[in-house]
Design a protein around this ligand. Structure first.
Ligand SMILES: *Cc1c(COP(=O)(O)O)cnc(C)c1O
Length: 369
């Protein structure tokens, strides 16, 4: 084998799509218009319609989309936002940047998404928002989260950075919360060739409120109505995303096939495999296995030219930046997950033979101990 099998491989994604992307990129280069133009509005409309909501705003990144969403929800200084302890540090960073206080809840041991029971334990009168992170492509239990939000009169922001096209009860994620944030980072299920993100909402008031922030808080040109950001989706990325949006469902289907091939191949293996819990439909952004021998397995696989990753190596409450924020008494599931999980190569361009190579390497390892 030439280059190692990565857990995500943007280069292979580009090679697969270059016949579509080349002309789109050239079209933008020749247009002379590179920021906030037709490509961006066209993509925003198409993506809102894909998610099944009325409004979409392109941003420079997924983290900006989270901050923008929280600010649109009217987060005040000191308002608490419940965040899972197992997720990207972008989640808690966005809360702090928006003026809020992250409060860490544990995740469910089977789906590794935020655990509604743990949320109940940390909700206070200061809680303003619940962050539903559909981790690894698997939707959170939206029935329970919507129920909790209703009971406690709090808002929901969905983090769909890993779950473009995933569904709960046959409805796309991003259409359940008051607002939802997406990332188009090059390894995500819907990927740009650089940074990009989007905020979506079905509430025109929220989209309106968010709309002034990405461009310095301008309501009219060159006049700031409030202190905003510079967070725009550029025309090149928007054109790339429009082309790739048309392939998203087919690519997600391929991810599901790969997950099924891993499941069948790894049946009987000593560790834990990811599973899909109905009515969730996962889009397997990552294929995450768990084993008490994770560290040794992680050292063994590169010898077979396989380069797995660990998302995430440290839960948020144990990271220096977030030390001391409120937290659930027990965050044990998140802590154990960070010590046992491993993300196997899983992207649509991965070949069946390559999946089989990974499966053989894992079985080979198990037999040696
Ligand atoms: C990637 C990711 C983000 C951040 O997105 P960026 O575009 O890199 O800012 C936030 N949350 C989750 C769950 C992610 O996977």
């Amino acid at each position: 084998m030439s280059s190692p099998l990565l857990s995500a491989d943007p280069r292979r994604a580009f090679l697969a799509d270059q016949a579509l992307l080349g002309p789109a990129i050239k079209r933008v280069l020749q247009s002379g218009w590179y920021v906030l133009g037709q490509e961006c509005s066209t993509f925003e409309a198409a993506f809102a319609s894909y998610v099944g909501v009325s409004g979409c705003l392109g941003t420079s990144s997924g983290m900006d989309a989270l901050e923008l969403g929280l600010r649109a929800l009217g987060l005040d200084k000191g308002d608490e936002v419940v965040v899972p302890a197992l997720t990207s540090s972008a989640c808690a960073t966005a809360v702090v940047r928006a003026g809020g206080v992250p409060v860490f809840a544990d995740v469910n041991p089977e789906t590794l998404t935020i655990d509604p029971r743990s949320i109940s334990n940390v909700i206070t009168s200061r809680t303003k928002v619940l962050m539903a992170v559909h981790l690894y492509g698997h939707p959170c239990d939206m029935d329970r989260l919507l129920e909790l939000a209703d009971t406690h009169n709090v808002s929901i922001i969905e983090d769909c950075a890993q779950s473009h096209g995933a569904q709960w009860r046959d409805k796309p994620v991003g259409s359940f919360g008051d607002v939802a944030a997406f990332s188009f980072y090059p390894t995500k299920n819907l990927a740009a060739l650089g940074d990009g993100g989007a905020l979506v909402s079905d509430d025109p008031d929220l989209t309106d409120r968010a709309n002034v922030l990405p461009q310095y808080g301008w309501r009219e040109r060159q006049v700031s109505a409030e202190v905003g950001m510079n967070s725009r989706l550029d025309e090149l990325q928007a054109a790339v995303l429009s082309e790739r949006l048309s392939l998203l469902d087919e690519r997600n289907d391929r991810r599901r096939q790969i997950a099924e091939r891993y499941r069948a191949g790894l049946e009987g293996w000593s560790g834990a495999l990811p599973s899909e819990h109905r009515p969730a439909r996962s889009v397997y952004h990552q294929y995450v296995i768990r084993s008490v021998h994770r560290d040794r397995l992680g050292d063994h696989l590169p010898k077979a030219s396989i380069a797995p990753t660990i998302l995430y190596p440290v839960p948020l409450h144990l990271q220096d930046a977030f030390f001391g924020y409120p937290r659930a008494e027990s965050l044990e599931v998140s802590e154990i997950a960070t010590q046992t999980l491993l993300c196997l190569p899983a992207f649509p361009e991965l070949l069946d033979e390559e999946v089989d190579t990974v499966v053989r390497a894992i079985h080979g390892f198990s037999e040696r101990y």
